[in-house]
Design a binder for this molecule. Structure first.
Ligand code: DGT
Ligand code: MG
Length: 603
């Protein structure tokens, strides 16, 4: 059998077609087995008192001594204690196991969500994932715990009860169960309906979670556009839809229970009538009649719960499917299995005939670029040109659809992912900070860093100037996603974080766009020192930033159309020269406008 991996050991991410939940159930088969045995014994213990009562009643008719009556009573009491203990044990074991499975699944889900790549999150919705990781996981636990116990109990009581009844009187048993076919028909009707309704409820819940999450995360945009009322109205509408769906589910969910009550009640009535006649006619003893009714009552009690349990099982099935859907997604970026590259990493980067397409649309094609170890290369191009996409290939945010990307002569797809990502410090276009202290944020991934490293990173990123103004310096907590910092501060914190890694390759994806020109120049100057001998890929729009690069690669129409140093490209008088002149013009006009404004204000 496939043994489930211990929580804490990395799982092979989502083998397609594997059913993680079933694997766990099989893994705990002995615990489940123990619980089931206890359950069966408890059930038998619960069905024995009627037999004792049968004897007692028959003995009573024949006239017995008080002390043998006390013996019967004592026996029933002992049976009750045995049953209770066994039932407690089985419920404890099975519920406990379901919680263990829940814990492992939660662990797996978290691990899997970390393993899934950029592409997955382009399509996934946060709220939906949150809903699956919480509500659905709970439903899975319930079905593998309490619901499983209930289902098994009903099954065992059903089979054992019917056997007991058959043993007493076959004809009466058939009469008592005349309604069973109706029950089975009803069950299948409710089953499909509950499943559909529950699916609808969970989908709407995902949608609601998603909306709340977006509204809270995007509260600034909501307020800036005065959309509070509109958002509230649209949320209310979604919530109303949720209520409607939940009510429809409740209709089916609770419907079977009372119907079962009526049916079992009718069965009991028939038995009383027919059985009563049998006793009067002497075809059945009084004891048998009492015992039969007793068992029937136990059975009816259990059957009434069938509706409830069927519904629960249905909910569980849907939830299992939704959790498995996430677990089964195979990440498209998998750890390389080739021979590891030689260490230490030098930082030579080479793009060969690289093309990238998103959903059939080609964004980059036939890109060739070699960056010698230690060089600084700038990627230049209009917005949407594919600069981020190209740089992202190096850390495998996605993989190229054609061609190859090599670091130190080894295809990045062959690299072990952790080593690859340790070797390349990537400062993304949108700085992301966690709601933690600045220290925790910049030491992200390097918790063991010492003071000297913090000093260097904050000095080069010029974050040190801001730290003086912050109440607690490095220990200042910066709110969710760094809301208490300015755009430029966030970018510099992200830069400091990347510098802490001291990786052989640094990628700055428009990482200084919110920093003023003067500070930017200071940062680049400082970077020159720390990056000596290391490779830097610089993406920027300002030509003042770009001119320091050894090589500029101009991307247009999905490929590199020009390359060379700043001076060479100006001399060539091509695309770069045009961009440069346009920027100079714009700056000059801005300056003139400022002079006019100043002059006008002074007059
Ligand atoms: P920027 O940052 O505005 O200066 O532009 P670039 O040059 O960094 O552009 P980039 O690489 O982010 O995007 C190039 C094109 O590819 C653009 O049309 C958007 C598209 N694209 C980028 N990432 C994805 C993705 O994950 N999925 C899809 N479907 N399209 C993407
Ligand atoms: Mg970009």
């Amino acid at each position: 059998m496939t043994s489930a991996p211990e929580a804490g050991t990395p799982l092979p991410p989502g083998r397609a077609g594997s059913n993680r939940i079933l694997q766990y159930v099989l893994h705990y088969r002995w615990r489940y087995g123990g619980g089931m045995v206890a359950l069966i014994l408890a059930t038998i213990a619960s069905l024995l008192p009627p037999v004792v009562i049968q004897r007692a009643v028959d003995d009573l008719r024949d006239g017995i001594a008080m002390d043998s009556l006390a013996q019967y009573a004592g026996l029933i009491a002992i049976l009750a204690v045995v049953e209770g203990t066994l039932r407690y044990y089985s419920r404890m074991v099975v519920s406990g196991t379901s919680r263990m499975i829940e814990y492992r699944l939660r662990d797996d889900l978290a691990r899997h969500l970390m393993a899934l790549d950029h592409n997955y999150y382009v399509h996934a919705r946060t709220g939906d994932l949150m809903s699956r990781a919480t509500n659905d996981l709970q439903a899975v636990r319930d079905v593998l715990g309490p619901s499983l116990v209930d289902m098994s109990r009903i099954l065992v009581v059903g089979v054992a009860g019917i056997l007991f009844m058959l043993f007493i009187d076959v004809r009466l048993t058939l009469i008592a169960l005349v309604y069973l076919p109706v029950v089975i028909g009803l069950m299948s009707f409710f089953e499909t309906n509950v499943e559909h309704r529950f699916m609808e409820v969970q989908e709407q819940l995902s949608h609601l979670t998603d909306r709340s999450q977006e509204n809270i995360a995007g509260i600034r945009a909501v307020k800036a556009y005065a959309q509070e009322d509109a958002e509230i109205a649209s949320f209310a509408q979604a919530n109303e839809e949720m209520r409607g769906r939940a009510m429809r589910l409740a209709l089916y969910h609770s419907g079977l229970f009372p119907i079962m009550g009526v049916l079992t009640g009718a069965g009991t009535l028939l038995v009383l009538w027919v059985g009563g006649h049998d006793v009067v006619a002497g075809r059945m003893s009084m004891g048998e009649f009492v015992a039969f009714n007793f068992i029937l009552a136990v059975l009816a009690n259990q059957l009434m719960a069938v509706g409830w349990v069927v519904a629960m099982a249905q909910l569980g099935t849907v939830a299992i499917r939704r959790v498995n859907e996430v677990l089964r997604t195979v990440p498209s970026v998998l750890d390389g299995t080739g021979t590891p590259p030689p260490l230490p990493v030098r930082g030579e980067v080479e793009f060969t005939n690289v093309s990238v397409a998103f959903e059939g649309r080609e964004v980059l094609h036939d890109v060739n670029l070699r960056i010698p170890a230690g060089a600084t290369v700038a990627l230049v191009g209009g917005t949407g040109a594919g600069k981020t996409t190209l740089a992202g290939l190096l850390v495998r945010l996605s993989d190229p659809t054609g061609g190859s990307v090599c670091l130190d002569g080894v295809d990045v797809r062959e690299w072990p992912l952790p080593l690859l990502r340790d070797s390349v410090a990537f400062v993304p276009q949108e700085a992301f900070l966690f709601s933690d202290s600045i220290r925790e944020n910049i030491s992200y991934g390097r918790p063991e860093a010492g003071d000297a490293e913090y000093d260097l990173a904050t000095r080069i990123s010029r974050l040190s100037n801001d730290l003086k103004d912050l109440t607690d310096g490095l220990e200042t907590t910066i709110g969710e996603r760094g809301v208490t910092l300015s755009g430029g501060q966030k970018q510099r914190a992200a830069l400091a974080r990347a510098l802490m890694k001291q990786a052989p390759v640094l990628v700055l994806d428009d990482a200084l766009s919110h920093v003023d020109t003067q500070t930017e120049e200071q940062i680049l100057e400082g970077l020159n020192d720390v990056m000596a001998g290391r490779t830097t890929i610089l993406i920027a729009h300002r030509t003042s930033t770009l001119r320091s690069a050894d090589l500029l690669a101009i991307i247009e129409g999905g490929t590199i159309v020009e390359r060379g140093s700043h001076d060479e490209l100006l001399a060539a008088d091509g695309v770069y020269a045009r961009i440069y002149r346009e920027q100079l013009d714009a700056e000059r006009r801005a300056q003139e406008q400022a002079d006019i404004d100043l002059g006008g204000g002074g007059a």
